[in-house]
Design a protein around this ligand. Structure first.
Ligand SMILES: [Zn+2]
Length: 431
């Protein structure tokens, strides 16, 4: 039964946990949205809860490109950025995918420490490719648990099924989005922001971590030409309006002057035409050494290739995989995963292959595995929005930094805001 629980999809597992009473404290807000408070965490926090008025919200506009924040299209985000602290050179870190970058945000470390290098990976123990959506996939502590231990209360409001899964019960309070999500595995931003507003009304945690999935999901959608642009524009405008409403709430309640709001994306987005598809599977399987001994985890703009044959042949296999990938149209570069700068750890396999801008991977099947034009994971999707706003005195106004902010900087920035040390983090505090 335990094995069954661990391999269930995250929402199924969440529902099962709720039914079994493993998450004891359930609250339905006036709107009907459901929150759970992790068993034990709420009492622990309640026993020592701080009365600090400080509030910090990290809002991830999933898949938003920095050039999409403009005065016309996203006036609220644009105004917050202009009046706050802005890092125009900020980037996502490899692999430029959703789960690893959200984990980097909350841990302040790269994937060779966190254990989470990609969305999709080959689980050697299980013998299959799966999403990194299990709470135990994160191998280090997060700033969420650290705040809990210090008597601060925390909340997660995550619109995507696998994020809900991987962050598990870490926060004091978490939104249970399972009723809203059957098809796209994500909740629309209108629900997610309603949940954030309800969570603030109901529990008012010191810290909330929020993922808004609409911009990304529309970015992936299989719409062509002008239709895609119209849908993307509508999603950006809608998300911007919802964030604006949330800020208006904070200003109306007087909380804004105690608030730091960090807005960023986990990666940006790149679009490919149907003919620009890279598929490595057939080339690798046609090789005598590699046939039957490789697995590929497709991450859109990056393929992770795993050697499953004898250890004695590993180095030769790595050379062969790189040679074959490198000779394939649309491949930008095939890296030995151990390359110093990648910092991905063994979960990322033996070879990490990035595609060129305007291309995508579709493995193992070139036609069916990845039919969507919008992708990320490759270097073309590194640039992200990254800015801090709010009325708290720590937030400077109209500041613009030339420094290279990264997704790993979120945890130390949050820790610094709450007066906790930042020496343990690889990322840097940006306030
Ligand atoms: Zn994402």
């Amino acid at each position: 039964m335990n094995a069954d629980t661990s391999t269930r999809r995250p929402f199924e597992r969440g529902v099962a946990d709720l039914r079994a009473g493993r998450r004891a404290v359930l609250t339905a807000a006036a709107s009907g949205l459901v929150f759970s408070s992790a068993l034990g965490a709420a009492e622990a926090a309640g026993a020592t809860a701080r009365s600090s008025p400080k509030r910090c919200y990290v809002i991830v506009t999933d898949g938003c490109r920095p050039d999409e924040i403009t005065a016309d299209l996203t006036p609220n985000l644009h105004r917050l950025r202009a009046h706050g602290m802005w890092w125009p050179r900020a980037t996502s870190m490899p692999v430029m995918e959703t789960i690893p970058n959200h984990v980097m945000m909350m841990t302040g470390h790269r994937p060779d420490r966190t254990g989470v290098p990609a969305n999709s990976f080959y689980d050697r123990a299980l013998g299959e490719v799966r999403d990194m959506d299990q709470p135990s996939d994160i191998r280090v502590g997060t700033v969420i648990e650290r705040l809990n231990r210090q008597g601060y209360t925390t909340g997660t409001v995550l619109s995507k099924e696998y994020l809900y899964g991987v962050f598990g019960d870490r926060a004091t309070h978490r939104w249970e989005p399972q009723p809203t999500l059957p098809i796209t595995n994500h909740a629309p931003d209108a629900f997610t922001m309603a949940a954030l507003r309800d969570m603030v009304t109901e529990f008012d945690p010191h810290f909330c971590f929020v993922n808004l999935g609409d911009i990304d999901r529309v970015g992936h959608a299989d719409l062509t030409g002008t239709t895609l642009k119209v849908a993307r524009t509508a999603a950006l405008a809608n998300t911007d309006r919802l964030v604006g409403q949330f800020v208006d709430d904070l200003k109306a309640s007087g909380a804004w002057r105690h608030t730091m709001l960090l807005v960023l994306a986990d990666h940006s987005m790149d679009w490919s035409v149907p003919t620009n598809v890279v598929s490595l599977s057939s080339g690798l399987e046609a090789d005598d050494l590699l046939a039957g001994h490789v697995q590929i985890a497709d991450n859109g703009g990056a393929d992770l290739v795993y050697w499953t044959g004898p250890d004695a042949d590993r180095e030769a296999a790595i050379d062969r995989i790189r040679d074959i990938a490198q000779a394939t149209d649309g491949v930008l570069k095939a890296w030995d995963r151990r390359a110093d700068w990648l910092r991905l750890g063994p979960e990322a396999g033996e070879v990490v292959v990035f595609c060129q801008a305007g291309w995508r991977f579709s493995d193992p099947d070139p036609l069916t595995s990845n039919p969507i034009p919008g992708n990320h994971g490759h270097p073309a999707t590194r640039a992200i929005p990254f800015f801090v706003a709010g009325g708290h005195p720590r937030v400077e106004h109209g500041a613009r930094s030339p420094r290279h902010a990264r997704t790993t900087d979120v945890a130390p920035t949050v820790a610094s805001f709450f007066g906790l040390g930042t020496g343990r983090y690889e990322g840097k505090a940006r306030i």
